[in-house]
Design a protein around this ligand. Structure first.
Ligand SMILES: Cc1cc2nc3c(=O)[nH]c(=O)nc-3n(C[C@H](O)[C@H](O)[C@H](O)COP(=O)(O)O)c2cc1C
Length: 219
């Protein structure tokens, strides 16, 4: 197929204003923490839908957009997800994770219990789409992890920018999500993201981010 081009234009912004909006964005993003204690307080699902649209604007290899976002609000489905996740996580914490992994998790104070999967008003389950099924063949997608990862980053940034809190959760293995949510075989669960307001008594581990010198260099 021949490429078809359309004109691209982006308004220029004064550099001082660019810096100001970047700094404001940083101030908001610095407030993001992984929250494991959620309030049950509900909010308009439109906020989630808007964040998903922002995620869907992410770049992807050959524009394949290999992602699907399932919004879970049903208490019954959330409960089913919690029970299945806790079953896997219990096995992981007690028998599957090597001691070095448990040592790395120790400062976070996490264990197999995942109450937040029921208390958060919404869960967003991100699926990566490995291939496209047409009537006649399967078309493989490339760099699916990278593309889904960027879209998930957009999603987390959008939700937190809007003032909501999130956890990036990866129960392992998480194929139970494919079954519970009845997704086709080309969609693989990638990330489980509870979204809501932090509980009033929520705490987070006292962690530090690396310094600019550690993460950035110019050559
Ligand atoms: C790919 C990925 C998977 C993660 N999986 C889990 C998880 O399964 N459970 C959990 O409690 N936190 C999980 N986290 C959250 C990290 O523990 C957290 O981002 C890290 O400790 C830094 O804390 P912060 O997000 O508050 O800055 C995950 C984060 C990422 C990026």
């Amino acid at each position: 197929m021949n490429p078809k081009f359309i004109k691209y234009h982006r308004e220029r912004i004064d550099e001082q204003d660019m810096l100001k909006s970047g700094e404001e964005f940083f101030e908001i993003m610095k407030k993001r923490r992984s929250i494991r204690f959620f309030s049950e307080e509900k909010f308009d699902k439109k906020l989630i839908e808007l964040a998903v649209l922002i995620a869907g604007s992410a770049p992807s290899v050959a524009n394949k957009q290999p992602w699907k976002f399932v919004i879970v609000e049903s208490p019954e489905v959330k409960r089913e997800i919690r029970l299945a996740a806790e079953k896997e996580e219990k096995e992981s914490y007690e028998n599957r994770m090597p001691q070095s992994w448990l040592d790395d998790l120790a400062p976070l104070g996490t264990d197999w219990r995942k109450e937040f999967l029921e208390t958060a008003p919404y869960l967003i389950v991100v699926f990566k789409v490995d291939y496209l099924k047409t009537d006649t063949r399967l078309k493989k997608h490339y760099y699916v992890n990278e593309s889904a990862g960027i879209a998930t980053g957009f999603l987390l940034a959008a939700l937190n920018y809007m003032g909501l809190s999130t956890l990036t959760h990866t129960p392992s293995p998480m194929n139970f999500l494919q079954k519970i949510l009845n997704r086709p075989s080309n969609e693989k669960p990638y990330m489980l993201i509870p979204v809501g307001y932090p509980a009033e008594n929520a705490v987070v581990p006292d962690l530090e981010k690396k310094s600019p010198e550690e993460i950035m260099l110019t050559v």
